[in-house]
Every structure is written in C-alpha cells, then in structure tokens.
Ligand binder design. Structure first.
Ligand SMILES: [Fe+2]
Length: 385
C-alpha cells in the first residue's frame, strides 16, 4: 500500500513517515500541496494523509483537486487537523475527505484508520477488477455474435463490422455523446442486422425494390427480430432497443415504428447513417467522390443533417486515405508486432480471420501462422507501408 504524507512541518513529516514505514507501508513525503499534487500526477498512491494547515495550497484544495481528477483508482483521503471544530470536520468530509484525525496524532489510532482505508481500497480494486471482467465478457459476447454473422453470411458480416467501425468514428465526433456511448454505438453497429439471420438467404442479396410482397414483409421485420434475439441477454437490453430503431428515418417514413426526428435515439441515427454509407460504398460500389451528393440528398429526410455533416467529413478523410494508401505484400514469417493490416485476412472459404486496420501483436501473428499450418489462410498478407 502506497501512502502519501503531506505536511509543511518537516519534523512531523519525518515522524509520521517513519512510523508508517514501520507498519510495512511505502511512504512518499511531500512538504506542501503543490509537491503532493505533482507526485500524484506522476504516480498515484492509495492513501493520502493531509495536514490541513499548509501554505500555498491548503488541504481542502488538494482534496478537491484529487476528487475532480480522473485517477484510475480511488484515493482514500485522511485529513489531519489542529483544532476539533465540528464545522471544519463537516467541511472536510463534504469536500471529499474519507476520514480525519486530530493533532497531536495518536499513532495507534492512525494505524487503525490507515487499515480501514486499506480495506476500502482493496475492495475498490476488487470491484474494478470484476467490472473489467464484465466489460471484457460484454465485448467477447458481441464479437462472438459478429463472428457468427460472418460465418452465416460473409457479406452481411463484413457490412456489420464496417458499420461498427464507422459508427464508432461518428460517435467519437458527435458533441452529445460520451465515452460510454462510443462503446454502445460500436456494439449497435456490430449487431444491428443480426435479425437477418432468421431470413431466407435469397433476401440478403436483393435490393428492396427487387423483393416480392412476402420477402419485403420479412425484410421489414428484421429490426424487430434483431431486438428479440438480443433481448435474450439482459445486459444487451439497452442495445436491443437501439438496434430496433436502426431503420427509422428523421422524416418518419422509416420502419418498424415510423419514428421521426427526436423520437429516434441518437445512436440509432448514427448507426443508420453508417449503414447507409457502407451500402452506398460497398454494395452500390459508388466511388467515394460521388458519395457526397447521395448523402446530401438524404440529409434532413432519411438522415439527421448534423450526422450527415460528420459523415461527409469522414468521407473526405477516406478519399485522402485511399490516395495515400500504399501496401506491402509480406510473408507471414516477415510480420512483426506493430504492423497494421492493409486488407482483411480471409480464410480460403472467404470468412474473415483478421480485419483491415488491425494492429498486429505477437499473439495475432502466431494465430495467423497456426491458420497457415491448417492450410486455412494464404502465406501472404498486406500491411500498410
Ligand atoms: Fe438493417
């Protein structure tokens, strides 16, 4: 356990530091609030003991800064103060302190309070670890569904993967979305067409105008089917709702619910725009330079104008990227960690093994080599120069 002790009185600082070290903790001394803050920024600790009466930055200010900062783990703050006035104690606790001690410090009490702080920090670390596992499971589940789609239908799987990528790019540029929303937008992108799995494969290759009445009806049911499939898993419920709305249009002429304008969730609008873009470029084979006009025509009717603007921005970047793209064709044995795939690596059956733009790690190179051993992939891959 790492403990930062902040006190402007050098003798007290040394005394407290020696005692805490004797109890088996790592101690970091700081003579003032500024020094303490520099230390925390470069190397966060578990517990901070703060003397409340210091020059330059007082203890309340230091505590406020700690609570406002975005440290990866919780920092337990104990105030040490000279006078025991109830008002000051309340001010300290309201300002974010977890505990307080009155001078002169009783060392047995200090040790007991540090142990309490240690228990809370350990519980918090355990909670974070479990939250990381849940988060990992969440993404693994989404990727499993996405891989299933890829196996079911290569074109549909590729579409969903690209829509997920583009939805994430759009979400990151949208001023009304947070970091948590980015993950949701990506997941909705991956899963938006999962309901297509229940439809006859003949429908997948047809344009809507080419479908007969029955096929059309089935096609129109796919957002609701996607929702039903995802609702089987409780933690996917919020995503299921957003997936249902991915064919709604801002003019109210979409399906399945005919929602319009603000009735359509923002993330559904983003995924819808990403899906339209992908269909124009990959199914419609429209050159990137011509996509601009198509999107402009849909702005305000099918798609939200602000999202179309972001999409046009991304399209310009894609045009530039295409111009600059230079590939290298390499043997699997010549791959090194950090290289970025320029094209999808596919099995001989066509299913994707690794997508373009993925940065190679040692384990991904090993995975490719093991596929080669099974004669599933070619010995050549394309990487960005
Ligand atoms: Fe769809």
């Amino acid at each position: 356990m790492r403990i930062l002790v902040v006190d402007d009185d050098k003798a007290t600082l040394r005394l407290l530091g020696d005692k805490i070290k004797d109890w088996g903790y790592s101690v970091y001394p700081a003579n003032n609030g500024t020094e303490a803050w520099e230390r925390l920024e470069s190397n966060p600790v578990d517990i901070v003991l703060i003397d409340l009466e210091m020059p330059d930055m007082d203890g309340f200010e230091l505590c406020r800064q700690i609570r406002n900062a975005n440290f990866r783990q919780y920092i337990y703050v104990i105030f040490i103060r000279g006078r025991d006035t109830q008002q000051e104690i309340i001010r300290g606790l309201e300002g974010g302190a977890d505990d307080y001690l009155i001078k002169p410090v009783n060392f047995d009490e200090l040790q007991a309070r540090i142990e309490i702080g240690g228990r809370i920090i350990s519980l918090e670390k355990e909670l974070n670890r479990k939250a990381d596992v849940i988060n990992k499971n969440y993404f693994q589940t989404i990727h499993m569904f996405s891989n299933l789609l890829e196996v079911f239908n290569e074109e549909l799987g590729g579409h969903c993967r690209r829509v997920a990528e583009l939805s994430l790019r759009l979400a990151k540029r949208h001023p009304d979305l947070s970091e948590q929303d980015y993950q949701i937008a990506e997941a909705v992108g991956f899963l938006h067409d999962i309901g297509m799995v229940g439809l006859p494969s003949s429908i997948l290759s047809k344009k809507r105008t080419e479908m007969n009445g029955e096929e059309r009806e089935l096609y129109l049911s796919h957002p609701a089917l996607s929702e039903i499939i995802l609702k089987e898993i409780e933690f996917l419920w919020p995503i299921a709702k957003l997936v249902r709305a991915h064919h709604e249009q801002v003019n109210g002429l979409g399906f399945p619910d005919g929602l319009s304008g603000k009735e359509i969730p923002l993330i559904s609008k983003i995924v819808s725009a990403a899906s339209v873009y992908d269909n124009l470029v990959h199914r419609g084979k429209i050159p990137l330079e011509d996509v601009h006009n198509n999107l402009q025509r849909m702005s305000g009717y099918q798609l939200e104008p602000a999202i179309v603007d972001l999409l046009l921005e991304i399209n310009l970047e894609n045009i530039q990227e295409e111009k600059e793209k230079v590939f290298l064709e390499l043997d699997l044995d010549d791959l090194t960690q950090g290289m970025v795939l320029a094209k999808d690596v596919r099995m001989k059956s066509g299913a994707i093994v690794m997508p373009a733009r993925m940065e190679l790690k040692t384990y991904s190179i090993d995975k490719l080599k093991s596929y080669r051993q099974l004669a599933c992939v070619s010995n050549k891959v394309y990487v960005c120069k």
